[in-house]
Design a protein around this ligand. Structure first.
Ligand SMILES: [Zn+2]
Length: 258
């Protein structure tokens, strides 16, 4: 019962996150006007705004002008729903669970906006740093929260990409990537920073590999599109925040101690 409510709240929040993702980078208000089709401008009625369900019923098209609706909308809602359920499963109904959910949401926001526009806003990165600090404190308490890692975590986490940024003079990695790693690294231990970077590069590598495979199968004209690194860093930050220490332990058990 609890998970159904939490999941439903996650869906509703995901729907709101979609509004933020669409409107904030355009400098529009997230409250007024009410939702409208970006193509024909018709106001979208409440029964067409039900998360995921409306997308399926409308077959991914606007009710009036039949222009396609991006599948990113229901995807964001679905991920938010799972995120809400997973956060409460790990931390129960607590401040930590809520903060972890918000960390996930801001990472989704940063990822989708970076994917679409190749840009990251400083405000969203700053918000991530504050949420990560709050999450650390909620888990360990103010006194036990190691200030060492609050300060050192960001430096450790951004070390590798920061060096790549400096050596390539910003051609391979952007300043946004470095700042995102710093914000996500608040409270990270050395092990968590390593896991975060490892996961980010691994997922990016698999993504590029998959993309090349699909392109070779379809034999379509290769569109040379730059790949934003933000989404992969976001995945690394989230995975390491939740399970960085455990993944490091597992690694030691599997490889070092034999
Ligand atoms: Zn329309």
């Amino acid at each position: 019962m609890l998970e159904t409510i939490v999941g439903a709240l996650g869906l509703v929040f995901g729907s709101f996150l979609n509004v933020c993702i669409y409107r904030i980078p355009r400098g529009e208000s997230i409250i007024f006007p009410s939702s409208h089709c970006p193509n024909c401008g018709r106001k979208i009625r409440w029964f067409d705004l039900i998360p995921i369900l409306s997308f399926i019923i409308l077959k991914g098209k606007c009710r009036y002008c039949k222009s396609p609706i991006s599948p990113l909308y229901p995807a964001v809602e679905a991920v938010c729903c799972l995120l809400a359920i997973a956060s409460t499963r790990v931390y129960g109904l607590s401040v930590s669970a809520f903060l972890l959910f918000l960390i996930g949401c801001i990472l989704i926001y940063i990822s989708v906006v970076d994917f679409k526009t190749y840009e990251m806003s400083v405000t969203s990165i700053l918000l991530l740093a504050i949420l990560k600090f709050g999450f650390e404190v909620s888990l360990k308490g103010v006194l036990k929260t190691s200030m060492t890692f609050v300060v050192l975590g960001p430096i450790l986490n951004a070390l590798l990409v920061g060096l790549i940024y400096l050596i390539t003079r910003g051609n391979a990695m952007g300043l946004g990537d470095v700042l995102l790693l710093m914000a996500g690294g608040v409270g990270f231990t050395v092990r968590q920073a390593i896991v975060c970077n490892f996961v980010a590069f691994l997922v990016a590598f698999l993504y590029v590999l998959g993309l090349k495979l699909v392109q070779s199968i379809l034999k379509g004209n290769e569109k040379k599109r730059e790949i934003p690194f933000g989404p992969f860093i976001s995945i690394g930050i989230f995975v390491s925040t939740v399970a960085g220490e455990r993944i490091a332990d597992l690694y030691y058990q599997l490889i070092i101690v034999r």
